[in-house]
Structures are given as structure tokens and as C-alpha cells.
Design a binder for this molecule. Structure first.
Ligand code: IMP
Length: 422
């Protein structure tokens, strides 16, 4: 299950909904740059790093090898949940997951500041520098916390270069190896009960026909390979990322569910053809509560973009969509939907591969009739007003995969299930 747009599609609700009927929920990439809001009864939970399955008692939540873990965030998220009576003892963390060290949080912030108006608008959580260390083979992994001598050598190797950069280039103070090692060792015992060979655990579970749900953070258009590079995150939220980020072969994945908001949002910088700068955008932001769970930043809002949805279907091999937040669109007389782009005077049906073309893309809108009835109590597709049904059907046709569930409100039960996901 993954985001089909720029993240914040409502994946937390969707995965949580399935959490009760699956055995494992696995995060396979990203870190605490993600933010899921899950509403259970009258309780609201904001999760950043933990898989949403943590709120379903029968489910084992797993942080896979492809995730980057900030131990201080993880431990405070766990203790926050424990204080509210949530049992977190089943959590498993891959020993191969990389750790977001405090120096990488520093590097993320200073490098963004240095970029000035060219900045990416990162969440400032150290995500990019940690993945860069991983690829440069100077990263620190969870398993390193259990071998002090290896840990010290690795931190030394990483800081050798980073301190040069921090002091000479960014004009910051050097970071002491001992201080970092001491901080990291301080997490070792607290994390130890959770650390596991998650690749083995998950593959054994699949052999026993257990249901495993892979939960992508961010969204397709924020993917480092398939997104709007360079305005992307530093990992692969797209479906292939589930294989590498959890150590499970592609033949084991039977359904790929794209979470699709009934309109579009984005945080951070980068192109966004259907972005609205008028009162409609303001209304979507207000009604949809479009403010980042992680950063508290207002999200940029715009109409639904079918070109992006089609692209998401293609690069992920989507089998289904979960359409979220349809209720937010209640009250518009007509709802514009972007069906194609106009680029330099030409109509383009598919997402252009060229970054400059995408920056120039202007949306071509089709107007769909709106509805004014409250849809939050709808339990089946036929409960929806005719125009809402037609809106969903039009999106389905344009997007290239069946819409199997529709969110009509934030609560767990405010969902219309059309086809079962399991
Ligand atoms: P980073 O992941 O912190 O490096 O940020 C890179 C880009 O991804 C920025 O535009 C962020 O706003 C965006 N981003 C990261 N995580 C999320 C998310 O969970 N939802 C939406 N946007 C995100």
C-alpha cells in the first residue's frame, strides 16, 4: 500500500483499517519524515516512524531494512503510545536499518539553509544525509550499536569527512566522535528487545500464508527515481521499494494498492500543475485539514490530477486504488479534474519525463458536477449521491485501476468498501 501522489494521501487510515485483518504491517523506506494520523474511536494518533499496524493488537509491526531510524524519535513515539495504553512489545526492527545520527540531522538543516531559494524544503529530519551515507557506505546500522569497536570505527569514518565539511564549508563546530558513540550506545539496550532478522521473519510468515502489508511512506511523486527529482525524498516509496526495503521477492506481492486523495496536495518545493492559489485552494486546505503531521507546514492544495494517477498506476503496477477524503469535496457546484496537460501549446496525456516540460505543464480541466449532501454516513457506494458516484467512476476510468475503497471521513469506520483487499 503506497501513496499515489505526493504523500499525505491518508495512508495511515487505510493501513490501519486493514491492520485488524493482517498479520504484519511493514514500513520499507523513509523515516520520521512521514506522518500518519490515525483516528481510533475518539482517540487521534500521530505516527511518524512506527507502522500504523502498531495500533492493531493482533498485528506485528515491522521496521524493515530500507527504513532510516532516528532512535530518539522511535523511543519517544513508543513511550508516548505506552502511556496511552498501547502495547508496543511486538515491534520488530531490522538490524540492517540505518540510523539517523544527530550529525545527519545537522547536515540536513545546514545544507538546506545553504541552498537558500533552491532548497528542497526537506522535513529537516536528516533523511537525505542518512541515505547518502548508506549509499556512500559510511552509514551506521542498528546492528552496529551492539559492537562498540565497530561503531566507533564507523562513526570516525563518517565524521572524518563530515567535520571537514561542517567546519570549512558550513562554518559550524566539529562534532566529537566520542560524544556521538556515547549517545548511540545509550540507545542500544532500549532497542535490543525489538531488533530482529526481519527478512527471515517476513519470508517465513509468507511461507505460512500469513498476510503481510507493506506500508509506503511519502508517495510515488516523491520517489527518488520516479518522482519530481530533485524535489523528492531520498528513498523509493514506489512498489519496488517494498522488495528491497523489506527483503521480499516481487513474486510474493499479490496486490498493490495506491492511496489516492480525491484532490491533490504537496508539501515542500517542486512542480505541482494543479496547485490553486485562490479561495478554492484555501477551502480545500481548511476543510481537508491540510497541515503536515510532521512539520506543521500548510500543504499546497489543488484539484485532482488524473495524469499523475495514471502514472502511479504504471510505475507501481497498481491493482487497486483507495480513494480518500471524498467528503472534503462536498459543497462545490462543479469540480475541475485535470485530464491532461498543455505543454508549450501541445496537449499531453502522460507525465512528461523531462523536468523542464513538467515545470511548464498547464492543467487541462474537465468539469464534473458536484454534490451538496453530507456523505460521511454513506456505508455503500449506492448510498453516495449520484454526482459523487459519477465523480468516483470518472476518476477510476481516468486513473487506470479499480477504486476498491472510498474514505468519507477521518474515522476508522467512515469508509466504503467496494472490493475486499484481502
Ligand atoms: P525529506 O524526505 O525530509 O528529505 O524531504 C524531501 C521532500 O519530501 C520534501 O518536499 C518534503 O516535504 C517531502 N516529504 C517527506 N516526507 C513526506 C511525507 O510524509 N509527506 C509528504 N511529503 C513528504
Amino acid at each position: 500500500m503506497l501513496g499515489a501522489q505526493w504523500g499525505d494521501e491518508g495512508k495511515g487510515k487505510a493501513t490501519d483499517l486493514l491492520g485488524g485483518s493482517v498479520d504484519y504491517v511493514v514500513r520499507y523506506q523513509g523515516g520520521n519524515n512521514a506522518g500518519h494520523t490515525v483516528v481510533v474511536g475518539d482517540q487521534k494518533y500521530a505516527l511518524h516512524l512506527l507502522p500504523s499496524g502498531i495500533l492493531s493488537p493482533g498485528c506485528t509491526p515491522v521496521i524493515g531494512n530500507g527504513v532510516v531510524v532516528d532512535p530518539s524519535v522511535l523511543l519517544s513515539e513508543l513511550s508516548g503510545l505506552n502511556e496511552r495504553g498501547v502495547d508496543t512489545s511486538k515491534l520488530l526492527i531490522s538490524g540492517n536499518a540505518h540510523i539517523i545520527t544527530s550529525y545527519n540531522v545537522t547536515v540536513d538543516k545546514v545544507s538546506e539553509r545553504f541552498l537558500g531559494k533552491r532548497k528542497i524544503g526537506t522535513t529537516g529530519r536528516g533523511i537525505g544525509p542518512t541515505y547518502a551515507d548508506k549509499i556512500n557506505r559510511v552509514g551506521i546500522r542498528v546492528q552496529d550499536l551492539y559492537d562498540e569497536s565497530i561503531l566507533t570505527q564507523k562513526v570516525e569514518a563518517a565524521l572524518d569527512v563530515k567535520n571537514q565539511m561542517l567546519t570549512k564549508f558550513y562554518n559550524r563546530r566539529a562534532i566529537a566522535v566520542e560524544q556521538v558513540v556515547e549517545e548511540l550506545l545509550g540507545y542500544a539496550d532500549k532497542l535490543a528487545p525489538y531488533v530482529a532478522d526481519t527478512v527471515l521473519v517476513l519470508n517465513q510468515a509468507l511461507e505460512q500464508d500469513k498476510v503481510v502489508l507493506f506500508e509506503g511512506g511519502q508517495g510515488t511523486l516523491l520517489d527518488i527515481d520516479h518522482g519530481t527529482y530533485p524535489f523528492v525524498t531520498s528513498s523509493n516509496p514506489t512498489a519496488g521499494g517494498a522488495c528491497t526495503g523489506a527483503g521480499v521477492g516481487p513474486t510474493k506481492i499479490s496486490r498493490v494498492i495506491g492511496i489516492l486523495k480525491a484532490y491533490t496536495t504537496r508539501v515542500g518545493a517542486g512542480p505541482f500543475p494543479t496547485e490553486l492559489f485562490d479561495e478554492d485552494g484555501e477551502a480545500l486546505r481548511r476543510i481537508g485539514g491540510e497541515r503536515g503531521v510532521t512539520t506543521g507546514r500548510d500543504r499546497r492544495c489543488g484539484w485532482f490530477d488524473a495524469v499523475i494517477a495514471r502514472y502511479a498506476t504504471r510505475v507501481n503496477g497498481l491493482t487497486d486504488f483507495f480513494l480518500t477524503k471524498l467528503d472534503v469535496l462536498t459543497g462545490w457546484e462543479q469540480i475541475p479534474v485535470c485530464v491532461a496537460y498543455e505543454i508549450d501549446g501541445k496537449r499531453v496525456e502522460e507525465l512528461p519525463y523531462s523536468q523542464s516540460d513538467f515545470h511548464h505543464a498547464k492543467p487541462v480541466y474537465e468539469m464534473l458536477p458536484g454534490w451538496s449532501e453530507d456523505i460521511s454516513k454513506a456505508k455503500s457506494f449506492s448510498d453516495l449521491p449520484k454526482n459523487a458516484q459519477a465523480y468516483v467512476k470518472a476518476l477510476e476510468e481516468m486513473s487506470g485501476a479499480p477504486i476498491s475503497a472510498i474514505g468519507v471521513g477521518p474515522g476508522r469506520d467512515e469508509t466504503i468498501e467496494i472490493n475486499s483487499f484481502l
